[in-house]
Design a protein around this ligand. Sequence first.
Ligand SMILES: Cc1cc2nc3c(=O)[nH]c(=O)nc-3n(C[C@H](O)[C@H](O)[C@H](O)COP(=O)(O)OP(=O)(O)OC[C@H]3O[C@@H](n4cnc5c(N)ncnc54)[C@H](O)[C@@H]3O)c2cc1C
Length: 287
Amino acid sequence: MRLPKFEYLGPKTVQEACSLLSQHGDKAKVMAGGTDVLNVMKERKITPQYVVGISGINELDYIKADADGIKIGALATLTSMANSSAIREKCPCLAEVPLKMATVQIRNMGTLGGNLCNAAPSADTAPILICLGAKAKIAGPNGERVVALEDFFTGPGKTVLGSGELLVEIQVPNQPASTAGAYLKMSRVSVDLAIVGVGVVLTRDGDSCKDIKITLGAVAPTPIRAKKAEAVVKGKKIDDALLEQAGKIASEEAKPIDDVRGSAFYRTEIVKVYTKRAIKQAMEQAN
Ligand SMILES: Cc1cc2nc3c(=O)[nH]c(=O)nc-3n(C[C@H](O)[C@H](O)[C@H](O)COP(=O)(O)OP(=O)(O)OC[C@H]3O[C@@H](n4cnc5c(N)ncnc54)[C@H](O)[C@@H]3O)c2cc1C
């Protein structure tokens, strides 16, 4: 399938990109790695007059650790996240996620910013980042603002980004001692989109779980926290009965639909099993 005609604009700074986006409004579309956006353009689902290619904005391609945690520029690729020593040391559960996504070629091109701004309910990087308490830094015509990643998604393909705004950075705070996480993904084949994704980050205290966040992907219009399941586990000694109960409650919090990848019933059952497994895995890692 051929791409529709468009004019390519290649800003070199965030300020230049925001001003082009403000100037062209709905006629313009941001492109980072292009692994999502070019497909929807080929399918004529969108036909922007201008493509604002941000891949030349070098200031957005970084991963660094500082006293507060890890800062990941929007243009960091999925491959660079998996290979990052800062992420591997501070948040090994986050480094594992890109390895469960797509193919090597897509991971080399696809960016973290693109995965989040595409806002697919199945976006694999979202659940674990939400569990880690990540924040999204947004730049726009009126300056910068920071929002909790949990509040970034507003619906399938929709985010809080306004006209002229660009996601510029993801901030992952330092985690307390004895904290670990796990992301479990069910998909038809390993390179496919998630039928269900379950992220867990918890802090262990002996045999008990001191604190926990559980985020479900691909079972609602946006990634969602399973807060009732979290409340059941928090402060308790982890045993099989509690894991069973947490899985059941998380599955009741999911709001899945039937689609080409899986039925709502199947998704609900997988949430039940994967929540149990992810908590167990995170407890083992936090040991
Ligand atoms: C074969 C294949 C397999 C895939 N497998 C997976 C998978 O397993 N899991 C998964 O989650 N995804 C998967 N994807 C989807 C995709 O590859 C990822 O979402 C990727 O991270 C997108 O990044 P990108 O840089 O290519 O985004 P682009 O295609 O460049 O952009 C995606 C969207 O985000 C917007 N955007 C990009 N960057 C910014 C920014 N900084 N600020 C504002 N808006 C921005 C664009 O306008 C567009 O709407 C797959 C895609 C393909 C083609």
